[in-house]
Write a protein that binds this ligand. Sequence first.
Ligand code: APR
Length: 309
Amino acid sequence: MKPKVSVIGAGNVGAEVARRVAEKDLVNVVLLDIVEGIPQGKALDMLQAGSIVGYNSHIMGTNDYADIKDSDVVVVTAGLARKPGMSRDDLLAKNTAIIKSVSENIKKHAPNSIILIVTNPLDTMTYVAWKASGFDAKKVLGMAPLLDLARMSSFIALELNVPVTEVKATVLGTHGDLMVPVPSQTKVSGKPIADLLPKEKIDKIVDRTRKGGAEIVGHLKTGSAYYAPSAAAAHMVEAILKDTKETICSSVMSNGQYGLNGLYIGLPAKIGKNGVEEIVEIELTDEEKQALKKSAEAIMANNEKCVKL
Ligand code: APR
C-alpha cells in the first residue's frame, strides 16, 4: 500500500504541496480544509491530472478529520497568510488558535504520523504543534529554513550566472527578520562564496534573503509565496517517506546543540522515517553564532506569548 500524506489547509501552499507529492507518485493524499467544497474540488481536479501527467496517486478532499486516519505524514498549512505590511509575527495570535485545534485533531486521528508545519510564524507554530499534539519532539518539525536557503541559492546563482543546482547555501535560525544566512557555509561548485563575491555583494544577498518572503508579498499584494514553500515541504515529505536521512536545514527542537535548548529553531538535521533523526553541528563564525543566539531569543519571546494565549 502507498504511504499516506494528509495536507491540512487547501489554500495556495496546501494545494501545491498536495499536487507536488501526488506528482512524485509516492503517496495517497488527503487534502483537508474548514471551507466546504474547496478541498473536494481541488482534489478532484488533481486526481484527473494524473491521467495526463502519469501518476496513480489517489487524492481526496475532505472537511472531516476522520479521513486523515493512518497518515504517515501530516503537513500543516492551515492559517492566515501575510498581507503587505504584515510581519509573520502579526499572524501569531490567529494562527496559534488554528494550530492548536489542528494539532489536537492530528493527535486524535493520526497519532503515529510525523507533523510537518508550514504555517507562520514558523518556529513558534512548530512549538505550538509540539505542545498541543503531545508528540515526541522528533516527530514534529518545521519547513522554512530549506525555503530560505533556496532563496539565497537563487540570488547567488543570478549574481554569478551559474546553475542554481551548483549552489549550496545554508540558512539557520528563525524564519523571520532575524534569520541567519550562513555565508561561511555557502559554496558554489564546492568553492566558498567568499572566494567568488566581494563582501558587499554577499551582504546584499544576505539582506535580500532575509526579506525574501516580504519581496514576494509586495508583488502579490493579496497573499504570500507558495511555489518555493510547497517545493520545500514536498522535498521534506519525500525525505521522511523514503527515509533518506538527508541533511536538511529544518526547524527542529534543540537539545543543547549550538548552546540552545527547548525551542524549535532552524538547524541542519538528518530527516528520515522517524522525523528528525539527528541534529548536525557545523562550524559557525563568532558573528553567525551571535546572530543565532539573537534569533533564538526572538523565537523564545514569541513562544512565551503563545503559551499565554
Ligand atoms: N483548519 C483547516 N484549514 C484551515 C483552518 C483550520 N482551522 N483555518 C484556516 N484554514 C485554511 C483556509 O480555509 C485556507 O484555505 O487554510 C488555508 C490557508 O490558505 P491561504 O489563505 O491560501 O494561505 P497560504 O498561502 O496557503 O499560506 C498558509 O503557510 O506559508 C505559510 O504564511 C503562510 O501561514 C501561512 C500558511
